[in-house]
Ligand binder design. Structure first.
Ligand code: NAP
Length: 210
């Protein structure tokens, strides 16, 4: 079944990127209507908008193709029945206050040579620890030895230490224990280590993604 969508593409405001984006439509022979480009002067981005009437698989393929283009920052396809009919300009990503970050937005060099302690290995901790490790960062997981997470993290091949040891070894600490356990985790550090008096040796979140 074909349905009508408004596709919004936020991309670098350069002719090269625009050319690549339009090239995807040309090469895939996608029938589009009402194609417009709006420059956004504040961050050097432009917004390319067009209406696309196609089946769900085609819409999905077009979105995936756009995501692969160097210089494309975000892509969304909004069914026009949710969008109150086709619009010239479509839903405005700039007004929705949503900014999507991609690998290219991050400077991984800032983590180079730094050790990151992830305290806690639950829903958040395990995802952060594994993602960081797979991105090439040096990760230590800080846990209580009596807990079930200790073995789980070990089984994943991570460097697992007590909270105090992990914190002491780290340059950056991510505190990812349940909020009500935060105080206990910090105290377990100072109780087990009489040298734990500085910011570096006591778990304090330098940053978290919460
Ligand atoms: N889950 C979410 O979707 C979500 C979303 C946004 C924000 N957050 C926030 O992220 C933080 C972590 O939440 P979570 O959902 O990942 O928690 P969780 O799944 O309950 O995991 C908690 C982890 O912390 C460990 N832990 C608990 N008490 C500890 C202590 N005293 N010392 C050392 N380790 C301890 C647990 O290990 P044991 O095996 O030893 O118990 C477990 O590995 C919270 O602040 C939460 O508000 C969570």
């Amino acid at each position: 079944m074909t349905t009508s969508h408004t596709v919004n593409v936020l991309l670098d405001g350069t002719l090269l990127t625009l050319n690549r984006a339009v090239g995807v439509l040309r090469r895939r022979n996608v029938a589009v209507e009402r194609l417009t480009v709006h420059p956004r002067t504040d961050d050097g981005a432009s917004r390319l908008t067009f209406a696309l009437t196609a089946d769900a698989a085609t819409v999905d393929r077009v979105i995936q193709q756009f995501r692969k283009i160097v210089g494309v920052r975000a892509v969304e396809a909004i069914p026009n029945d949710l969008n109150n009919g086709p619009t010239n300009g479509g839903a405005d990503m700039s007004s929705s206050q949503v900014r999507v970050f991609y690998d290219a937005d991050a400077d991984q060099a800032r983590l180079k040579g730094r050790i990151i302690a992830v305290i806690g290995y639950g829903s958040q901790g395990h995802a952060h620890a594994l993602n960081l490790r797979e991105s090439g960062a040096q990760v230590i997981v800080g846990l209580r030895e009596s807990g079930t997470s200790w073995l789980r993290a070990k089984d994943e091949g991570l460097d697992v230490r007590s909270v105090a040891d992990a914190a002491r070894a780290a340059d950056i600490i991510m505190m990812l224990v349940p909020d009500q356990e935060g105080r206990t985790a910090r105290r377990s550090c100072s109780r087990t280590d009489s040298t734990c008096t500085s910011r570096k040796s006591c778990p304090r979140p330098t940053w978290t993604s919460r």
